[in-house]
Design a protein around this ligand. Structure first.
Ligand SMILES: Nc1ncnc2c1ncn2[C@@H]1O[C@H](COP(=O)(O)OP(=O)(O)O)[C@@H](O)[C@H]1O
Ligand SMILES: [Mg+2]
Length: 246
């Protein structure tokens, strides 16, 4: 099964935008790509009272996935904007990790590859003491870490990469999101250099701040082109492919 897991140094760093951008670019190249957001919190109720995950809606739109698949794409959506383990507990919901694995396996029967967006950062608790890193290990997917361009990012990035490695995860590269080329000075360029040097990982792209893209507003137009221009899509495909057929 070919796939990829997208994590980040924190919440709100750009996991959804980058997962959507990679999915849109793969779709543009003719791949039947699938997407997954195993658990979302901070879901909002639609007019029918169903709790909807913005992230899943954005990813499905970017990848061109039919709404019939939404239960597989996002098996668990919780209303409180809290880490999933706590959001579930206070909502009286029991999270069964096996559901995530089963849904992922079903998605791989329908699509190839399947790109999975994590939740928060690498050690966000999903259920009791089971974290995002545990899920990454169980799914056995290569991992890309999305990071910020600004102050503090060296520390967050190196900690995330080293923790992932300590768990035996296949951390394949870094994507810097929210890059503003016209404003990139010593801070941004030295951050990029330090991150490369200290992690020994490739920077698989610097994705620009693009005001036309929005997760809450469901704006995905132009994502594929931005990904082709600013992400190293060939290298990302190599990561996904590993020894697997794509
Ligand atoms: N490159 C970008 N250009 C414009 N807006 C962005 C970009 N990356 C993220 N955003 C916005 O910033 C917010 C956080 O991004 P998101 O991808 O949802 O982060 P995460 O999934 O890590 O929580 C969203 O509102 C999203 O629309
Ligand atoms: Mg997200």
């Amino acid at each position: 099964m070919a796939g990829l897991f997208i994590t980040a140094t924190d919440t709100e760093v750009g996991k959804t935008v980058i997962t959507g951008a990679i999915a849109a670019a793969l779709r543009g190249r003719g791949c039947d790509v699938g997407v997954m957001k195993p658990v979302a919190s901070g879901g909002v109720a639609d007019r029918m009272g169903n709790i909807m995950a913005e992230d899943a809606a954005f990813l499905m739109q970017a990848a061109g996935i039919d709404s019939e698949e939404s239960r597989l794409v996002n098996p668990v959506c919780l209303a409180p904007a809290l880490t999933p383990a706590v959001a579930a507990a206070i909502s009286g919901v029991t999270i069964n990790i096996q559901d995530f694995i089963t849904s992922f396996q079903q998605l791989t029967q329908l699509h190839n590859p399947v790109i999975v967006e994590g939740v928060g950062g690498i050690v966000a608790p999903l259920w009791k003491k089971y974290t995002v890193a545990d899920l990454m290990a169980e799914l056995a997917l290569p991992v890309i870490v999305v990071v910020r361009p600004n102050l503090g990012t060296i520390n967050h990035t190196v900690l995330t990469v080293e923790y992932g490695r300590s768990r035996g995860l296949d951390i394949a590269g870094i994507i810097i999101n929210g890059w503003k080329q016209d404003h990139a000075g010593i801070l941004e360029t030295s951050n990029e250099e330090y991150i490369k040097e200290m992690t020994g990982l490739p920077i698989l792209g610097k994705f620009p701040y693009a005001p036309g893209i929005s997760v809450p507003k469901g704006k995905t137009a132009g994502l594929a082109q931005l990904a082709e221009e600013h992400l190293q899509m060939d290298a990302i495909i190599e990561v996904i492919r590993g020894r697997k057929e794509l």
